[in-house]
Design a protein around this ligand. Structure first.
Ligand code: NAD
Length: 256
């Protein structure tokens, strides 16, 4: 379905981003990977699906590096057809204790980076009259939790950005949507489980059950493969009129 298209996925060296990249590659899209750490294994996993994969290590908190990554993608593949804004970090603390540099980093990586990639990707998508921007927001883009002020603010911001750009592109073949996962068992959440277990003197398994029980009525994690499937759907012709949506995949979290 996506043969000949190019997808750039930020923060795709692990977790949700890598799974979304692989789901799009399974549909034939060439992939530009981004993120920290050694990219050789993720790149090999994507290439094993029979597509081309390139990697750019731009730090999503640095607008000039984002600019360089977008130019790199265009030089390798002509243009970016599918942009997945996925890179994200978390920090958990009460607002009065929140380190200001953590606030700035979360806003830069989780929100402002999506502005920069989007503003740089949209012109070529408009020209081709086809494009997909998929923003990986969160249940925290729709509702809040205590001790996550920066993350909740950034993710609500991502949902707002999604709606505004969807309106600006509404008469074109470019669609802009957000995916709002609930708990997904990745490195980002494993850290919260481990911190909770240490803080409360309980096992990691208990901390995991408590975490799900508090928020996610299904009591099951959303999987990265399910999120990849939703991204593929948003790239399909069936989704041509899905515009400005914040699509929860959260085991019922935000239905409460
Ligand atoms: P993860 O930690 O496994 O992956 C994060 C990715 O972002 C990694 O590839 C990392 O290298 C990259 N990254 C971090 N800082 C970066 C920077 N400054 N520049 C470039 N890349 C950077 O986490 P994940 O759970 O896969 O999270 C992916 C996205 O999904 C995030 O936006 C997160 O907020 C969102 N999300 C996750 C969950 C969950 O339960 N795991 C739920 C809702 C939303």
């Amino acid at each position: 379905m996506l043969k000949g298209k190019t997808a750039l996925v930020t923060g795709s060296t692990s977790g949700i981003g890598l799974a979304v990249a692989k789901s799009l590659a399974q549909q034939g899209a060439n992939i530009v990977l981004n993120g920290f750490g050694d990219a050789s294994a993720p790149r090999a996993e994507v290439e094993a699906l029979g597509v081309r994969a390139e990697y750019h290590g731009a730090d999503m908190s640095k607008p000039e590096q984002i600019d360089d990554m977008m130019k790199f993608a265009a030089s390798k593949f002509g243009r970016v057809d599918i942009l997945v804004n996925n890179a994200g970090i978390q920090h958990v603390a009460k607002v009065e204790d929140f380190p200001t540099e953590r606030w700035d980093a979360i806003i830069a990586i989780n929100l402002s980076s999506a502005f920069h990639t989007t503003r740089l990707a949209i012109p070529a998508m408009r020209e081709a009259n086809w494009g997909r921007v998929i923003n990986i927001a969160s249940a925290h883009g729709l509702v809040a939790s205590a001790q996550k002020s920066a993350y909740v603010a950034a993710k609500h911001g991502v949902v707002g950005l999604t709606k505004a750009v969807a309106l600006e592109t509404a008469t074109t073949g470019v669609t802009v949507n957000a995916i709002c996962p609930g708990w997904v068992l990745t490195a980002l959440v494993q850290k919260q489980i481990d911190d909770r277990a240490a803080r409360e003197g309980i096992t990691a398994a208990q901390a995991q059950n408590d975490l799900l029980g508090e928020k996610q009525p299904s009591l099951q994690f959303t999987t990265v493969e399910q999120l990849g499937g939703l991204a593929v759907f948003l790239c399909s012709p069936a989704a041509d009129q899905v515009r400005g949506v914040a699509w929860a995949m959260d085991g019922g979290w935000t239905a409460q």
